[in-house]
Design a protein around this ligand. Structure first.
Ligand SMILES: NC(=O)c1ccc[n+]([C@@H]2O[C@H](COP(=O)([O-])OP(=O)(O)OC[C@H]3O[C@@H](n4cnc5c(N)ncnc54)[C@H](OP(=O)(O)O)[C@@H]3O)[C@@H](O)[C@H]2O)c1
Length: 286
């Protein structure tokens, strides 16, 4: 497979590049500096020169506060540019695998969301990602939208100042005697390496199309996630469960756990439990 990866030096993009390469694929990575996905002429030129089989779009403007303050940039990157890529794929016969988010949901279901559940985003980030999803699905029945959640990897998350939740907890535990951690938002923390491997399976499965959820099995609040990190690393720290409103005024879903229903129907779900992925990750970083 000839595969283009956008956002190639991002937290997820870097793992996608190395995983697909390790499987023997020809991978052409584009960082933001190489290719701005909102520049339609540059996108057309870059993609036409490569003629890929698959484009994996991990690029996004996804810092929730920045999106709220700059909705035009958020829409340009997360929706308009994605729609253009999807149309180009339909015209030039490449498959777009586009990365989306659990933040397209409002959290009111209070049970794991499946792919057919209606979206109802609460903030600009979620709204623009939901708009991007619609444009991908409308452009071609061969494209895929892969929703992921609460990700962490060995590469820094560029939009979040380089920190992921695990590294932040371990850093703060060294600096403070007590930590406050949100206990009213439930997610499925997911390792980017597991997502990269699942994306490879999706790319290799022609009928893995439309919306697909691809997160770890199981669920926890951020507080429960932190407690598991501290347990596994034998870190002694006083952790106080608090409400999300203590940290940010921007609305976020209180429950955005995703069920990988379509991957299971297709017989290609290989996402591990979040506790298993966490153990593997801690072995690598500690
Ligand atoms: N992080 C999470 O917890 C999370 C949860 C759910 C879904 N997601 C989704 O997962 C995907 C990957 O996130 P990540 O954590 O890997 O983020 P990341 O580390 O911030 O990577 C995003 C990449 O996109 C690039 N980018 C931003 N604007 C661009 C543009 N206009 N043109 C080309 N590239 C651009 C960034 O480059 P620069 O930094 O140089 O601008 C960066 O390389 C995104 O689609 C995000 O919405 C993330």
């Amino acid at each position: 497979m000839k595969v283009v990866v956008t956002g190639a030096n991002g937290q997820l993009g870097a793992d996608v590049v190395s995983y697909f390469r390790a499987q023997g694929n020809e991978v052409i990575p584009f960082t933001h500096a190489d290719l701005d996905i909102t520049d339609t002429d540059a996108v057309t030129k870059a993609i036409m020169s490569v003629k890929p089989d698959v484009v994996i779009n991990t690029a996004a403007y996804h810092h929730v506060e920045h999106c709220e303050n700059n909705p035009d940039i958020a829409r340009a990157v997360n929706a308009t540019a994605v729609g253009f890529l999807a149309q180009l794929g339909a015209k030039e016969n490449f498959r777009l695998i586009h990365i989306s988010t659990d933040y397209v949901f409002d959290g009111e279901k209070k049970a794991p969301y499946v792919e057919t559940d209606a979206v109802n985003p609460l903030n600009v980030y979620g709204q623009t990602k939901a708009e991007g999803e619609k444009l991908v699905i409308a452009a071609s029945p061969n494209h895929a939208v892969v929703r992921i959640s609460a990700i962490y990897g060995t590469e820094p998350c560029r939009a979040k100042g380089g920190m992921n939740f695990i590294k932040l907890m371990l850093k703060l535990a060294k600096e403070k005697d007590q930590l406050q951690v949100v206990n009213n938002e439930f997610v499925s923390p997911t390792n980017t390496l597991a997502i990269a491997a699942q994306l490879y399976k999706i790319a290799a499965t022609p009928n893995a199309t439309g919306i697909l959820h691809s997160t770890s099995e199981g669920q926890c609040s951020w507080y429960e996630f932190a407690m598991e990190i501290f347990k596994l690393t034998h870190t002694k720290i006083d952790v106080v469960p608090v409400e999300a409103a203590n940290f940010s005024k921007i609305k976020r879903p209180g429950y955005s756990v995703l069920e990988n229903a379509r991957l299971k129907e297709l017989g290609i779900n290989q996402m591990p439990h979040w506790k298993e992925s966490l153990q593997d990750y801690l072995k690598v970083i500690t």
